[in-house]
Design a protein around this ligand. Structure first.
Ligand SMILES: NC(=O)c1ccc[n+]([C@@H]2O[C@H](COP(=O)([O-])OP(=O)(O)OC[C@H]3O[C@@H](n4cnc5c(N)ncnc54)[C@H](OP(=O)(O)O)[C@@H]3O)[C@@H](O)[C@H]2O)c1
Length: 328
């Protein structure tokens, strides 16, 4: 099969098409003939050598795919050959075939095309886990979402709306701010020309927010704590600007704050299955009814994976970038 080889890693031009043996599904696994593969920031980190795959995972890039079930391993009863599916992969998505634990596979939501379906798993597993299990976001609360126009950010906006929470996002341009508001954010702040701490203070009459979803890290830590209400939760999913600095921990004690965060990839299959089942029950129907949206910014052929990564690194995109592997 064809796949994207990235050798020892480096800049986007280290990626090129190569041939390798088609993987064979083991017990509890499904082999998917890949139609589309979603591109995610963790792929960029892995390609550049900063995020090695966990032990046992495919060294090939790609955390989510859609496509057709091509074969099934032992003890798989949920799916059969020929089914169209989408899946959170353990890696290996930038390829014509990919093996995935059946517990991480979902049906294509009715009415959703395969390209869009490939963009669902990584963002939805991550955002669902972090906002519900760790952030405990509930109806009537207010959430500040940094990186609001990212794949993760727009998914967080959709989930917060679904949960009937109010959203404030920070983004790097006026165009992104407008887009996020049209996509359901209650307020959007361009952090490049507006101090988001002052602006969130104004928007909330000094009340602050219940939850912050952060991907910027150290430079935002004290600012995020300052904006949280009593019993607020700071949920950290990345450190785009680093993880180390000087911090004032006092607000955590005084306001009974919770500082938490998580990564998706190292979770066990059983943990991912719980998330998969939650999404199928709570989110797939809302996607099918059109209440929850996904936005694809750009599509590239598999051989153009380097262009897809260059675009992601430029941060000029809004929402998702997808690779057309063998469009169906
Ligand atoms: N913990 C987990 O399990 C998990 C899972 C998936 C993804 N993630 C992380 O979540 C983040 C979003 O992922 P994604 O795939 O949705 O990526 P993405 O679409 O590329 O979004 C990243 C966004 O962050 C903003 N950004 C980039 N550099 C920044 C900086 N230095 N300071 C402030 N904002 C910056 C950019 O928008 P602006 O123009 O607004 O700056 C960019 O669009 C990534 O950091 C990724 O590693 C974590």
């Amino acid at each position: 099969m064809k796949y994207i080889e990235h050798g020892k890693g480096g800049t986007p031009d280290c990626m090129h098409i190569a041939d390798t043996a088609k993987p064979v599904p083991g017990e509890g696994e499904i082999l998917i003939e890949v139609a589309y593969a979603g591109v995610n920031r963790p792929d960029v980190l892995q390609r550049s050598g900063k995020y090695p795959p966990p032990p046992g995972a495919s060294p090939i890039l790609g955390l989510e795919v859609s496509g057709r079930v091509a074969a099934i391993g032992a003890n798989v009863s949920e799916y059969k050959v020929g089914d169209l599916v989408t899946a959170l992969t353990p890696g290996g998505g930038y390829a014509e075939f990919c093996t995935v634990p059946a517990a991480q596979v979902l049906p294509i939501p009715a009415g959703v095309d395969l390209a869009t379906a490939a963009c669902l798993p990584e963002n939805w597993f991550t955002v669902w886990a972090n906002l519900t299990q760790h952030g405990h976001l509930v109806a009537g609360e207010r959430i500040l979402i940094h990186g609001g126009s990212s794949g993760i950010g727009l998914t967080a906006v959709q989930l917060a709306n679904h949960l009937k929470a109010e959203t404030i996002v920070t983004v790097g341009s006026d165009e992104k701010a407008e887009f996020c508001k049209k996509f359901g954010a209650t307020h959007a702040i361009n952090y490049r020309d507006t101090d988001f701490v002052t602006e969130v203070g104004k928007l909330t009459n000094g009340g602050g927010v219940d939850v912050v979803l952060d991907m910027v890290g150290a430079p935002y830590f004290n600012k995020n704590l300052s904006l949280l209400k009593r019993d607020g939760r700071l949920v950290i999913v990345a450190f785009l600007e680093g993880s180390k600095d000087e911090f004032d921990l006092m607000p955590i004690m005084l306001k009974r704050l919770v500082v938490t965060g998580s990564t998706m990839r190292p979770r066990t299959i059983a943990e991912k299955q719980v998330l998969r089942d939650d999404l199928r029950r709570e989110i797939w129907p809302a996607i099918e009814s059109g209440k929850i949206q996904t936005h694809i910014h750009a599509r590239f052929g598999l051989a153009q994976a380097s262009k897809a990564h260059l675009l992601m690194e430029s941060s000029k995109h809004i929402g998702k970038i997808v690779l057309e592997v063998n469009p169906m």
